[in-house]
Design a binder for this molecule. Structure first.
Ligand SMILES: C[S@@+](CC[C@H](N)C(=O)[O-])C[C@H]1O[C@@H](n2cnc3c(N)ncnc32)[C@H](O)[C@@H]1O
Length: 237
């Protein structure tokens, strides 16, 4: 694995190597923000036979999907081997026979199969070549399936730039982010290098994304949805 992927953000292998419970909890935003709408989404669209979650971190989404859909094949992918190893241990301890964890470093994602549901939450903002990453994720969706992602837009850009002016002032002890490495971690976002929008996703994938809230219901919207839209992109049969 080359170092290039981590050049403009933090080194995620190091980050997960010495992660304690607090760090794991604070680096699992999917648990707080996307699980409920994702559950509503799969209820509406039907049980997936296969799921890939890319940038899975401590594996919230893969573990929940594997539990909810025991007949489905579920694979969690991440760039950082240490967190994958922990997830594999947990899957074995808990006896999830349908769950695997594999390494991939976006923008490269080339699994040897396709999936009914591909998700990628709170990860694209760390990837320099976001267009290639998004296209690779969508390529892995089986016909009739869906890609579901969160992304950062121009409102997030403004918000993160403001925080970067004085991270110690803006980020208290409860913040999920460390003020000491905030600028490094979010460099791409602060520089506005890898922002997405509905229009840009359409340009890249040739299909319009749709807001998850059109399926999940307005009352499930999380507070930061204006900065971090959560969308799905169907793959036509
Ligand atoms: C903020 S965490 C999000 C974890 C999980 N998706 C969630 O929302 O709870 C971002 C994850 O992306 C992984 N990551 C960072 N850059 C990546 C890349 N280029 N390819 C794949 N994973 C990456 C990190 O190791 C980390 O686990």
């Amino acid at each position: 694995m080359t170092q290039r992927q981590f050049e403009t953000t933090i080194d995620w292998t190091d980050f997960w190597e010495d992660a304690n419970e607090d760090r794991r909890t604070k680096t699992a935003p999917a648990a707080q923000f996307t699980l409920d709408p994702l559950r509503s989404f799969v209820e509406t669209k039907g049980a997936p036979g296969s799921v890939a979650d890319v940038g899975c971190g401590p594996g919230t989404v893969p573990f929940v999907m594997a539990e909810q859909f025991p007949a489905a094949t579920v694979v969690g992918y991440d760039a950082a081997e240490p967190v994958l190893a922990e997830n594999r241990d947990r899957a074995e301890r808990e006896g999830h026979a349908n769950l695997a964890f594999e390494q991939t470093v976006l923008p490269s994602f080339d699994p040897d199969r396709s999936f009914d549901l591909v998700t990628c939450f709170y990860t694209l903002m760390y990837v320099e070549e976001i267009e290639a990453a998004l296209a690779a994720l969508y390529d892995a969706v089986a016909p009739g399936g869906h890609l579901v992602v969160t992304y950062h837009n121009r409102y997030a850009h403004r918000h993160f730039r403001t925080m970067a002016e004085d991270p110690h002032e803006h980020l208290g002890p409860e913040s999920p982010w460390d003020p000491n490495n905030f600028e490094d971690r979010f460099e791409l976002l602060i520089e506005g290098e890898n922002l997405l929008s509905h229009e840009r996703i359409h340009e890249i994938l040739g299909t319009w994304p749709q807001s998850i809230w059109s399926v999940a219901g307005e009352d499930e919207r999380y507070e930061a949805w204006r900065y971090n839209p959560m969308v799905y992109v169907p793959k036509t049969v």
